[in-house]
Design a binder for this molecule. Structure first.
Ligand SMILES: Nc1nc(=O)c2c([nH]1)NC[C@@H]1CN(c3ccc(C(=O)N[C@@H](CCC(=O)O)C(=O)O)cc3)CN21
Ligand SMILES: CC(C)C(=O)C(=O)O
Ligand SMILES: [Mg+2]
Length: 272
């Protein structure tokens, strides 16, 4: 029997139980994904979770911030990513104004993301969101908190800048984390904060932390896929490590196609 005739080995889907078990043993890797193709590639690369981030407003749609992203758009992208995913845990962002109004609004919005294939919903905010996190958790919906640089508050924060630099704001972030976990959050994103603060929050947390620009001591690391692949055309944050010059490679390939057509070199014989 040829290899290709064998039934595919069934991959075991990662759950929050696997995430809890990995804590302290292996640092887990998360990538954002917005579509079927890249979700499949990241899943096959071994990503432990895929995040359908509202950063898609910037990376996919070319907006200046994430505020214009709608729940309908997040549902659409979550469906596409869910089809590409085999193994990774699937987390989706609740977008701006889809959860801040009330726990009931958050429940309805979270339900739509779960029906589209998400297994965990992520929302931005600290202590002020504890009631909503408890409401969703009590109704069987796993929540990932997100504190530090919360991009949906970009105008209040005065830009995309590191948070928790002084003692007062650091203490507030530790208390935010404590209240989110006490309310039932199963994961915690720590974005753009000093490494020692993220280490302290991670040590105090009973659930896995996922860092982005938050140093090496978190239980997991997440980056925006376009930043990793060099496909983000704006200014990537300073903490990004680029693993591919994706934009240059893609643009060069596309330019060669355009040239070939202009030169009548495509299609050739045998290419229709
Ligand atoms: N492509 C992309 N990658 C991301 O990681 C990302 C997005 N987009 N969009 C939403 C947010 C914004 N992000 C950011 C952006 C900048 C910093 C940052 O650390 N900035 C520097 C300079 C700030 C300044 O110019 O004042 C800093 O030192 O704080 C952190 C997170 C993370 N998210
Ligand atoms: C950067 C991650 C944490 C995020 O929230 C997003 O991609 O929207
Ligand atoms: Mg987000």
């Amino acid at each position: 029997m040829a290899d290709s005739d064998k039934l595919p080995a069934r991959v075991r889907r990662q759950s929050l139980i696997d995430w809890d078990r990995a804590r302290g043993k292996q640092t887990l890797a998360v990538l954002t994904a917005y579509d079927y193709t890249f979700a499949r590639l990241a899943d096959r690369a071994g990503a432990d979770a895929l995040l359908v981030g509202d950063s898609l407003g910037m990376t996919f749609a070319g907006e200046d911030n994430t505020l214009s992203v709608t729940l309908e758009q997040m549902v659409y992208h979550t469906r596409a990513v869910a089809r590409g995913r085999e193994r990774a845990l699937l987390i989706s962002d609740l977008p701006f104004l889809s959860y801040q109004e009330s726990p009931e609004q958050a429940l309805r919005s979270a339900g739509e993301l779960l029906r589209a294939g998400a297994e965990v919903v992520k929302l931005e905010g600290g202590a002020v969101m504890a009631e909503t996190v408890a409401f969703l958790s009590a109704r069987g919906i796993p929540v990932c908190g997100h504190i530090g640089l919360t991009p949906q508050s970009v105008h209040q924060l005065g830009g995309y800048r590191q948070q928790g630099r002084d003692e007062v704001t650091a203490a507030r972030l530790r208390e935010d984390a404590r209240q989110l976990v006490a309310a039932g959050a199963r994961l915690l994103v720590l974005e753009a904060m000093p490494a020692d603060l993220a280490a302290q929050i991670t040590a105090e947390s009973t659930v896995p932390t996922i860092g982005i620009g938050a140093g090496p001591h978190c239980d997991a690391q997440v980056l925006v896929m376009q930043d990793v692949l060099g496909l983000f055309l704006g200014q990537s944050p300073g903490f990004v490590r680029r693993y591919l010059e994706g934009a240059a490679l893609c643009q060069d390939a596309l330019a060669r196609f355009v040239d070939d057509v202009h030169q009548r070199a495509y299609p050739g014989s045998g290419e229709g």
